[in-house]
Design a protein around this ligand. Structure first.
Ligand code: TXA
Ligand code: MG
Length: 348
C-alpha cells in the first residue's frame, strides 16, 4: 500500500514537470502541484472545479522554508511552527514577493503548513532534494483532493472515485489519522495582536493560546469585511449530495420514526449509543463518541451514507463543547449543502 522509492521518484518527476500528484496528509488527501509554477497550479483549479480566487495552502518540508514564502514574519509564527509542525496547523502570513498570485487567489497573504504524514514528508523532502521545482522554492500547493464543495477524501480510493482521470498519480498512504482539515490561523495582524481562527481543526485555540500567550479570536468573518477568503468558511461546504439534517439526541428516535412512516429512506449518522429506532432506518453508521475518533471517520461515513440512495441523512448533533468544535463545524456545513429546502424533517 505505502508508496515505495520508485513511486516517490515518479511523484517528484511529475511535480517538476508541472503535473498533479495526489498525496496523503495526516488531515485529508491533498491534490498537489509545484506552488511556484502558475501553470501547474492552474491544473489544480481545473481538476477541482474551484473558483480561481480561492487561495491554496502551500506545503513545506520544514519550518525553515517559511521566509522564502512569507515576509514580515511575526515571532509568534516561529513559536507556533516550532510547537505544531509537522502537524495540522496552517499559518496565514503576508506573502513573499516570489509567491505566484495563482496560489494566493490574488491576496497579499499565503497559507503555509508542514504536514505530519510520513508519505507527505517523504515526498516534500525528496522534492526539495531534487531541486524543489521552479526557483527552488520547495513548496507544494495542495487543497483537499475533492471536487469543489464536496467531502474531503480521507482514503486514496476517495480521490480515485472523485478525481481519478484528472490526476496522473495518487500516492496511497492509508487512512488519514486526523480526518478533518487543518486548523487555519491568520497571523497577518502581527505580533501583539490576537491571531484569528479562520477554520477550527485538531489544533485547538487553547493549545495555540498556551504557546503564544494570547488566545486567537474565534468566529469566522465574512469575506467582505477585509479578512482573507477561505472557501472552507462558505456556509455550504464539505457536503454530501444527499440532504443532511442535524437532530438532537433526544429527538432522533422520533425523527427516524416519522420519516419511516412517511416512506422516506433515512440514513442515520450517530455516535455513542445506537438509538433502537435506527434499526428501522434505511442505513446507519455509528461513530466513536469522542471527538478525535469521530473526526477520523466522519468523512468516510458521510461518503458511505451518501451512496446508500437514502432520501435524507439524519445526523445526531454532537456535544456543544470546545473539544467537539471542529467536528461540529464540519457537520453544520454538511447540513447546509445539497438538498437545502428538501424539508422532510421539521428543523430542531
Ligand atoms: O488539512 C488541510 O489543510 C488540507 C491538507 C491537504 O493540507 N488542505 C485543505 O486545503 O484543506 P483546502 O484548499 O481544501 O482548504 C484550505 C483553506 C481554504 O479554505 C482556503 O481558502 C484557505 O485555506 N486559505 C489558503 N490560503 C489562504 C490565505 N492566504 N488566506 C486565507 N485563507 C486561505
Ligand atoms: Mg477543501
Amino acid at each position: 500500500m505505502f508508496p515505495d522509492q520508485a513511486d516517490l521518484d515518479r511523484a517528484v518527476a511529475l511535480l517538476q514537470a508541472g503535473e498533479l500528484v495526489a498525496f496523503p496528509t495526516e488531515t485529508v488527501y491533498g491534490l498537489g502541484a509545484d506552488a511556484a509554477n502558475p501553470a501547474a497550479v492552474g491544473k489544480i483549479f481545473a481538476a477541482k472545479g474551484r473558483p480561481a480566487d480561492h487561495p491554496l495552502i502551500v506545503h513545506l518540508p520544514g519550518g525553515g522554508g517559511l521566509d522564502r514564502w512569507a515576509r514580515e514574519i511575526p515571532t509568534i509564527a516561529w513559536e507556533l511552527a516550532e510547537a505544531f509542525w509537522p502537524g495540522p496547523l496552517t499559518l496565514i502570513l503576508k506573502r513573499a514577493p516570489a509567491v505566484p498570485a495563482a496560489v494566493t487567489g490574488g491576496q497579499d497573504s499565503v497559507g503555509l503548513r508542514v504536514p505530519a504524514h510520513p508519505v507527505a514528508l517523504s515526498l516534500l523532502r525528496a522534492y526539495a532534494e531534487a531541486g524543489g521545482g521552479v526557483a527552488g522554492l520547495c513548496g507544494v500547493a495542495a487543497p483537499s483532493a475533492n471536487r469543489f464543495g464536496r467531502i474531503s477524501p480521507t482514503e486514496a480510493a476517495h480521490v480515485r472515485d472523485e478525481l481519478g482521470d484528472a490526476v496522473p498519480l495518487i500516492l496511497d498512504g492509508g487512512r488519514c489519522q486526523v480526518g478533518i482539515e487543518s486548523t487555519i490561523l491568520d497571523l497577518t495582524p502581527g505580533d501583539g495582536q490576537p491571531p484569528r481562527l479562520l477554520r477550527p481543526g485538531r489544533v485547538t485555540p487553547e493549545q495555540i493560546g498556551t504557546v503564544i500567550g494570547i488566545l486567537p479570536e474565534i468566529g469566522i468573518r465574512r469575506p467582505d469585511d477585509g479578512t482573507p477568503r477561505v472557501s472552507g468558511s462558505l456556509a455550504a461546504h464539505y457536503a454530501p449530495t444527499t440532504p443532511l439534517r442535524l437532530v438532537t439526541t433526544a429527538r432522533l428516535p422520533e425523527v427516524i420514526d416519522t420519516l419511516r412512516q412517511a416512506g422516506r429512506r433515512c440514513a442515520v449518522l450517530c455516535h455513542g449509543e445506537l438509538p433502537s429506532a435506527a434499526g428501522a432506518a434505511h442505513a446507519w453508521r455509528r461513530l466513536p463518541a469522542d471527538p478525535r475518533g469521530y473526526g477520523r471517520s466522519l468523512y468516510a461515513a458521510l461518503r458511505e451514507l451518501d451512496q446508500t440512495a437514502a432520501d435524507l441523512i439524519v445526523a445526531e448533533e454532537t456535544p456543544a463543547t470546545p473539544a467537539w468544535a471542529a467536528v461540529a463545524d464540519r457537520l453544520r456545513r454538511a447540513a447546509c449543502g445539497a438538498g437545502q429546502g428538501t424539508d422532510f424533517v421539521p428543523r430542531t
